[in-house]
Design a binder for this molecule. Structure first.
Ligand code: AMP
Ligand code: ZN
Ligand code: ZN
Length: 408
């Protein structure tokens, strides 16, 4: 009985810790907040998903604000590299999160993602400054309910409030949390807020980009955004905040008859392979690099590169975490080790495929009204967000001039 009570108590404690935000013990003298900037990511929302169904709430943003033809991802078009590029303005080779899964020889450890990932909560992996650190260093508050690595301490800094990543809180809860934070007063008011929806991506993987299930996920997220907009309106602050909705990449069909079995070409005992599907990174054993590279030549629907020869358009070479050989699949094809099969949809391909583009829509006092602009690259958003909050950006690869035409 006593054990049962202890288990019950510990379970309750665990549930509470999951649903409570963590307040940082910051001894900072915060200054007057900026016009609040809300950054929302809808993981895997492809640029043309607006055409699949009505999205009345996203339309409320677009009609009163701006919409880009698309948001171009960085290579690889995966979740972590792109979320970190959005918030640091750096290419993956400069921010260090070069993939969702990679190896660092200095640490002799692998980086990996997902709810419960210790690596994704460890700031030692990131090699550039995310915007919430820039904000906090300039004595303004950042409050985040989910964004890749927002639950890590970086340069000794954490957001004023944040949550450890979990899949469970509902999409409405996420928006409610942001609204509650906006109710803070004085110097406790946040200048930067962010949140994240995973459902459009996870359903897109499972059922494919054209499935009804994916459309239902789009509608669910659009409703959550409606909840946020209504909350802002009720508070009378809808026109006093800058709201940006982005996605990290798109999605494409990956049929099960478009598989390249890597074991048909190389001896897997000669290499270590990382990732799979749209691309595979390969670390040949000592003395095997040239053999492996030759064996992967001229395979239909693929391209193989040595790291140092990877085309410069990818901006993906000057980081020692990148493996010696990069093996790329054409759109819709999947490179697999034996026994592994693709899901019905995926991303990670060359960012030049239109299907990999995400979205960038926004409204608020900083943005033009009813303005449609061209595709822009996600590395430029960091400078733009710093400008909107009137803070000085850290070192980055982006440029404010690239987003100027969207700004008032
Ligand atoms: P991808 O494999 O590129 O589609 O990545 C999507 C996955 O990233 C989601 O299904 C989550 O499991 C994971 N993810 C998203 N945000 C976080 C986070 N803040 N911490 C850890 N994992 C995350
Ligand atoms: Zn993603
Ligand atoms: Zn995904």
């Amino acid at each position: 009985m006593k054990n049962f009570k202890i288990v019950l108590y510990l379970s309750l404690l665990f549930l509470l810790s999951c649903s409570e935000s963590i307040k940082s013990e910051n001894a900072r003298n915060y200054v007057e907040p900026s016009t609040p900037l809300i950054l929302i990511s809808i993981d895997g929302f492809r640029w043309d998903y607006f055409e699949k169904t009505d999205t009345p709430n996203l339309d409320r943003i677009i009609n009163n604000g701006i919409k880009a033809e698309g948001l171009k991802t960085v290579y690889p078009s995966k979740t972590f590299p792109n979320h970190i590029s959005i918030v640091t303005g750096n290419y993956p080779s400069n921010h260090g999160i070069i993939s969702n899964y990679f190896y660092d020889s200095g640490f002799d450890e692998y980086y990996y993602i997902g709810a419960g990932s210790q690596a994704a909560q460890d700031g030692k992996w990131i090699q550039a400054e995310p915007i919430w650190v820039t904000v906090e260093k300039q004595l303004k508050r950042a409050m985040i309910m989910f964004w890749p690595m927002s639950d890590a301490e970086i340069q000794g800094v954490r957001p004023s409030e944040y949550y450890v990543y979990s899949d469970s809180p509902s999409n409405i809860t996420r928006m409610e949390t942001l609204l509650n934070w906006l109710d803070n007063s004085g110097n406790d008011k946040p200048s930067f807020l962010a949140s994240y929806f995973s459902i459009v991506d996870s359903i897109g993987h499972r059922y494919g980009p054209d499935a009804q299930e994916t459309i239902d996920a789009i509608i669910e997220v659009d409703n959550a955004i409606g909840y946020l907009l209504d909350g802002l309106e009720t508070r009378g602050i809808l026109d006093e905040v800058n709201l940006i909705v982005v996605s990290d990449h798109g999605m494409t069909d990956t049929p099960s008859d478009q598989i390249i079995n890597i074991a048909d070409y190389i001896d897997l005992d000669d290499v270590k392979t990382l990732n799979g599907g749209p691309f595979m990174e390969i670390r040949p054993n000592d003395g095997k690099l040239e053999t492996i590279y030759q064996q992967l030549q001229n395979i239909e629907h693929t391209q193989v590169y040595k790291k140092e020869d990877f085309p410069s358009k990818f901006n993906y070479s000057n980081n020692e975490r990148i493996e010696p050989i990069i093996f790329l699949a054409d759109e819709g094809w999947s490179i697999q080790t034996p026994g592994r099969y693709p899901s019905l949809g995926t991303h990670g391909y060359d960012p030049d495929y239109r299907s990999m583009d995400g979205i960038f829509v926004a409204r608020g006092p900083g943005f033009k009204e009813s303005f449609k602009g061209p595709v822009i690259q996600n590395i430029h958003l960091y400078e733009m967000m710093c400008y909107l909050m009137d803070i000085s950006p850290a070192q980055n690869d982006g440029s404010l001039s690239e987003t100027q035409e969207f700004l008032r």
